[in-house]
Design a binder for this molecule. Structure first.
Ligand SMILES: Cc1cc2nc3c(=O)[nH]c(=O)nc-3n(C[C@H](O)[C@H](O)[C@H](O)COP(=O)(O)OP(=O)(O)OC[C@H]3O[C@@H](n4cnc5c(N)ncnc54)[C@H](O)[C@@H]3O)c2cc1C
Length: 429
């Protein structure tokens, strides 16, 4: 008889895990998602952002026939980053292997589409606008509250918390099951920005195969990533304690702000986008560090619910997708015995997640001097590594691209630099 797996959260981790479980032919899957169906959404989304997927995440996607191709067809491939400055020429940081970037909501829509097309309603149900509000690990039940209607409780055989950094299931395990979990906000906040890639009236066009970044001195920066149909999606990132946007209250002020601080992007911004920008919420990123990713023989924490990290090195989604691959391998090894697979998952992934958190917190420096050193080290190590690969190892960002190195190995090879950045950040207070 097939087991009933309830997955909370239809983000990248929950949706890919559903694919992996269903293809095993031993499970029925029910997914409950707080938000509405992204495939039906119109207009400009509030809080989406580009996600870079590297080999770590892509190898997990590749296992599902046709999925990587579907994602690639809606992605942009960037062969480098162009960093603009107030004065002087833009600096280019090339990439040997182009990086796939895709809007987060578009990625989710493709995963959903692929999943719902592959399985029948007997095997899979997905309910939107339905939020998990409680779980009872002893009774093996969850309580869900639809946007409209009464809350209801349902039983599960296995429960997967794929409900992101602010996971309700995880909070409940902290309260009821002694899960140790540290949560912290990263100092930065962000707001989504959507622009056209060109302004023909000004003869301005940004390259379609570069990530476009603009770092200002005061920790305020923008990163805009090309999308299909000549758009740029991205974010403005700033110190949450000194929000430079807090005084903007009209679209004219928004346009003036971007034209003064990020002139290139300001010239691409329309009045309609300036108006929408005002209404968008400011996002804060919560990091999560847990001592285990399971409870008993039936509850699994996966993706950001288990290990949300700062987006500074673009690994959160890659690690979440990699979780799915690792968990499936364990199901195969233990012949779908979750009592064995769950603790093995914690044992394998917790040290990796802790290493990833350290790398995400401290790879990229926050002081001007160390930022200069960072780019120098990156450039020099690339040159020297090409000539003397046996003696000079790649710098931390390039090590992360090596799919054969675990996060713990990358951390151990980069410990000197990580310690330096950590000391500088901690001494800043
Ligand atoms: C600005 C920014 C840039 C990023 N860039 C990158 C990048 O370049 N590369 C990269 O690898 N990662 C990146 N990340 C991280 C990446 O977005 C996450 O790691 C990834 O989305 C995690 O996937 P997930 O499925 O675990 O969680 P989520 O994507 O958070 O999905 C969780 C889902 O659960 C739903 N949910 C939450 N609570 C409930 C509830 N109680 N009941 C029901 N449903 C619920 C949510 O609505 C959501 O749909 C970035 C993050 C940010 C903020």
């Amino acid at each position: 008889m097939s087991q009933k797996v309830v997955i909370i959260g239809a983000g990248p981790a929950g949706l890919l895990l559903a694919q992996y479980l269903l293809r095993r032919g031993k499970y029925r899957v029910e997914i409950y998602e707080r938000r509405s169906d992204l495939r039906l959404a119109d207009g400009s989304p509030d809080r989406t952002f580009p996600i870079s997927l590297q080999e770590r995440g892509r190898k997990a996607i590749r296992e599902i026939v046709g999925l990587e191709e579907a994602i690639a067809s809606k992605s942009a491939f960037c062969n480098g980053t162009k960093i603009y400055r107030q004065q002087g020429k833009a600096r280019q940081i090339p990439r040997a292997i182009p990086i796939l970037t895709i809007d987060r909501n578009r990625l989710v829509a493709i995963l959903l589409q692929h999943l719902t097309q592959a399985y029948t309603s007997e095997q899979l149900t997905v309910k939107f606008s339905c939020q998990c509000v409680e779980m009872d690990g002893r009774a093996k039940t969850v309580t869900l509250k639809p946007e409209q209607g009464e809350a209801f409780t349902l039983a599960y055989d296995r429960l997967v918390a794929a409900d992101g950094a602010r996971s309700c299931v995880r909070d409940q395990l902290v309260r009821d099951a002694g899960l140790q979990c540290e949560q912290n906000y990263v100092p930065d906040a962000y707001k989504s920005v959507f622009l056209p890639r060109a302004n023909p009236a000004l003869g301005l066009e940004l390259e379609p195969d570069k990530i476009h970044a603009w770092n200002r001195d005061n920790k305020t920066r923008m990163m805009m990533v090309p999308q299909p149909i000549d758009r740029l999606n991205g974010v403005i990132i700033f110190d949450a304690q000194h929000n430079p946007l807090s005084n903007l209250s009209t679209k004219e002020e928004v346009l003036a702000f971007f034209q003064e601080n990020f002139p290139l992007f300001g010239q691409l911004m329309s009045e309609a986008e300036a108006e929408d920008f005002l209404q968008r919420p400011v996002g804060r990123v919560l990091t999560v560090r847990c001592d285990r990713f399971h409870d008993g023989d039936s509850v699994l924490l996966i993706g950001d619910a288990a290990h949300a990290v700062s987006p500074s090195i673009g690994q959160g989604c890659n690690a979440s997708l990699e979780d799915v691959l690792v968990f499936e391998r364990l199901l195969v090894r233990y012949e779908d015995d979750w009592a064995l697979a769950l603790p093995a998952f914690s044992q394998q992934r917790v040290p990796e997640a802790h290493a990833l958190k350290e790398l995400s917190d401290y790879s990229f420096p926050r002081t001007k001097l160390l930022v200069v050193e960072f780019f120098l080290r990156l450039t020099i190590s690339r040159l020297l590594h090409r000539w003397f690969p046996q003696w000079v190892k790649p710098f931390v960002f390039d090590l992360l691209l090596d799919r054969d190195l675990s996060y713990s190995q990358v951390l151990s090879l980069s410990q000197g630099w990580i310690n330096k950045v950590k000391r500088s950040i901690l001494s800043e207070g």
